[in-house]
Design a protein around this ligand. Structure first.
Ligand code: PAF
Length: 273
């Protein structure tokens, strides 16, 4: 497995590859969720490249940029065992110029829900993802459905800017008890982890209610709110797949999105209906 820190060297390597390239962009601290994207990419492409870069522009002042988990040696081992072809771990200074053109995520979709709580976050995400796509020039790029709003905005960017990459959305991976995998789960102590289970439990309760015929967003939100008692709820959103808020859930066209703080740790989860 090759490891590149230099942009020009990975571009040279990329040029030498003949065949399809699967790309898995990450911020490191790899877990089984990332591994599921990596495996999918390996199964469906001739080569797989993983990027590991904690992108500063998607963190807001006061967020966990400085303490975001760094597990370089473990990440390299995981990629090696998974048979990734190359890792790209760029240096921050090489990724940004002093006077950058700004990428602005469409405000009506990027400043609701996650973006309401983290204004500007998606501008930073799109900026880095566009740079990574331009450097790697992948055939396919793999993103988890857990970051549903991110996935939607990247899809919109790919369509709007006519980028030549196929996006592959990948299912959320959970622990046996339902907790959605996240690099931030390692911040949770035992008690917080138990409390955090109420997030996925709330989505299960919503699912049960829908099976009994309840599709009104208000009613579903109430059920979720009750189940999440004791957690600091940041938002409960019910949207269609184009991220328009909806009053009534439609099968095969809706997403329920949750964000909550457990202690100091901010977690998100969602259910695609
Ligand atoms: O989902 C993530 O890990 C990040 O937002 C991404 C896509 C790697 C961009 O920094």
């Amino acid at each position: 497995m090759k490891i590149f820190r230099s942009i020009s060297e990975i571009q040279e390597y990329r040029k030498s590859l003949k065949g399809s390239i699967g790309f898995v962009p990450t911020m490191g601290a790899l877990h089984n969720g990332h591994l599921s994207l990596i495996r999918k990419s390996i199964d469906n492409n001739d080569f797989t490249i993983v990027s590991i870069f904690i992108n500063p522009t998607q963190f807001l002042p006061g967020e966990d940029l400085d303490k975001y988990p760094k597990r370089e040696a473990a990440d390299i081992k995981i990629c090696e065992l998974a048979k990734v072809d190359a890792i790209f771990m760029p240096i921050k200074e090489d990724m940004y110029s002093a006077i950058e053109p700004k990428i602005l995520a469409p405000s009506q979709k990027a400043y609701i829900l996650e973006g309401f709580k983290r204004p500007g976050h998606f501008d930073g995400v799109l900026q880095i993802v566009l740079k990574l796509f331009n450097i790697i020039n992948p055939t396919r790029a793999y993103f988890g459905k857990k970051d549903a709003q991110q996935l939607y905005l990247i899809k919109d960017m790919v369509q709007s800017l006519f980028l030549h990459v196929e996006l592959i959305p990948c299912e959320i991976v959970r622990e046996n008890d339902g907790l959605a995998l996240s690099s931030r789960n390692i911040y949770l102590n035992k008690e917080e982890r138990t409390k955090a289970l109420n997030i996925s439990k709330a989505l299960k309760m919503a699912s049960k209610a829908m099976m009994k015929g309840e599709f009104q967003s208000i009613a579903i939100k109430n059920i979720i709110r009750k189940t999440m008692q004791g957690l600091y709820i940041e938002y409960i959103g019910i949207v269609d797949r184009d991220f328009n808020k909806i009053d009534k859930i439609e099968l095969n066209n809706s997403i329920i999105l949750l964000a909550a703080k457990v202690g100091n740790t901010r977690l998100i989860d969602n259910l695609w209906i």
